[in-house]
Design a protein around this ligand. Structure first.
Ligand code: AMP
Ligand code: MG
Length: 404
């Protein structure tokens, strides 16, 4: 049986970045640029005023007084030099006029008719933003591979970009399997349960920036499973839940083989979620995840999410881990690495982690009550206060409330 790490490596070899598409500039948010963006001009394009005030030539001040002979609002520029001993009223952002080198802010002068007097001395060059102090023509400002944040969107806009190329969102087909399943909207009759996996997985796809395509539920027959899998091949990858273990109603592996797919492996040494098949079918990755709701979501986290991010051009594809002090003694008596659902918090500037109770892989509450996966090696026990590695599923707990 292969390890989590081996399974990740095996899978990622089969996943390549998708094509790119053009989107309008702010639709590029959280997407990855496939190309370098180079400054088409300096920003600022010219030396300009950092303040509302008066621009003048520092060397020509006499007795701290200057005569105001012009006005330069933002949006205008002046080509005529300002004579010695004179100043022009200037607004923030307006280009510094020829022959001027310094700006004195309004609040630092006394105005008297056409004259101003500087209240105190001023350094040559004060309050002038230099041409190119932000970015310079010809430099790579946003390199290929960058995940675009609001600040990159702003910079791209300042560089005149209206539309840009980004890796397209991966379309992920999602298939639930099982005769016991009903879609949400009904009350479960005896023997039935509601299909929640399709929706938790769809949400995980959205959360990673992908585009979920719901294929519904396949009945527990070979034909039904084959039909649904074929429908899923329109997408970029297919995620199936359930039907992948060795029960006599588990048709997923058989269906993949029937369709002449290649199953790379079908068991990973982990808990929850040992039965997990990864296959390639007509060039598309297929993830057959366990049916139990927690096992399905944890397997998605470990194997599908990194693949999805890689397909969309991301380089950082794995969630962060932190070292956290255990709040209670915790053991893994089993022979498989156990990803225990845990709640991470920060106390006294240290990460702490407690487990979320009953770790049954059908118990979605164990994920709801937590925000991380505590990684426990096989046959190990830890005392309270021991540090363990925790994979953070979200970092909401690090956000602050109004009260702090
Ligand atoms: P299976 O691997 O198909 O035997 O499924 C294992 C367990 O997961 C069973 O208890 C199923 O009822 C449950 N399960 C399978 N698919 C889903 C689903 N789509 N939503 C919620 N639970 C499911
Ligand atoms: Mg089943």
């Amino acid at each position: 049986m292969i390890s989590i790490n081996e399974a990740q490596q095996n899978i990622l070899v089969h996943v390549s970045p998708l094509e790119t598409e053009k989107v309008s500039v702010f639709q590029g948010l959280n997407r990855v640029t496939p190309e370098d963006h180079i400054a088409p001009w300096d920003i600022p394009t010219a030396d300009n005023s950092a303040m509302d005030g008066f621009a003048f030539s520092h060397a020509t001040i006499e007795d701290n007084r200057l005569k105001v002979t012009g006005f330069l609002p933002a949006g205008e520029s002046r080509t005529v030099p300002v004579p010695p001993g004179e100043a022009v009223r200037i607004m923030t952002g307006a280009p510094i006029p020829p022959s001027c080198d310094t700006v004195v802010p309004i609040e630092d002068v006394e105005e008297n008719g056409d004259w101003i007097r500087l209240k105190s001395g001023i350094k040559a060059g004060a309050h002038v933003r230099k041409r190119g102090e932000d970015i310079q023509l010809g430099n790579v400002i946003i390199p290929a591979g960058t995940v675009l944040r609001p600040q990159e969107i702003g910079m791209l806009s300042a560089m005149g970009t209206t539309a840009l190329s980004v890796y397209r969102r991966a379309r992920v087909a999602i298939l639930a399997t099982g005769d016991e399943l009903l879609e949400p909207g009904s009350t479960p009759a005896p023997g039935k349960i509601i299909n929640s996996n399709s929706y938790s997985i769809a949400a995980q796809v959205l959360d990673a920036g992908g585009d979920p395509v719901l294929l519904g539920i396949a009945a527990d027959t070979l034909d039904a499973t084959c039909e649904k899998i074929k429908a899923g091949l329109n997408a970029d990858m297919l995620v199936i839940t359930g039907g992948v273990s060795v029960g006599d109603r588990d048709f997923v592996k058989m269906a993949i083989e029937e369709l002449e797919g290649t199953i790379n492996f079908w068991k990973v040494n982990m808990k929850p979620g040992k039965p997990l098949a990864f296959a390639m079918l007509q060039g598309k990755p297929i993830f057959a995840l366990p049916g139990n709701p927690v096992a399905a979501m944890v397997s998605f986290e470990l194997f599908v999410r990194p693949s999805l991010l890689k397909a969309m051009g991301h380089r950082r594809i794995f969630r962060p881990t932190v070292r956290a002090a255990l709040q209670e003694s915790t053991a893994n008596k089993g022979k498989r690495p156990h990803l225990v659902r845990g709640l991470v918090s920060i106390q006294n500037d240290r990460y702490h982690a407690s487990t979320t109770g009953n770790q049954s892989s059908g118990r979605l509450s164990s994920l709801i009550q937590g925000n991380g996966l505590i990684q426990l090696a096989p046959e190990t026990s830890h005392s309270q206060g021991d540090e363990v590695e925790v994979l953070l599923l979200d970092r909401e707990f690090e956000m602050r409330t109004l009260a702090g």
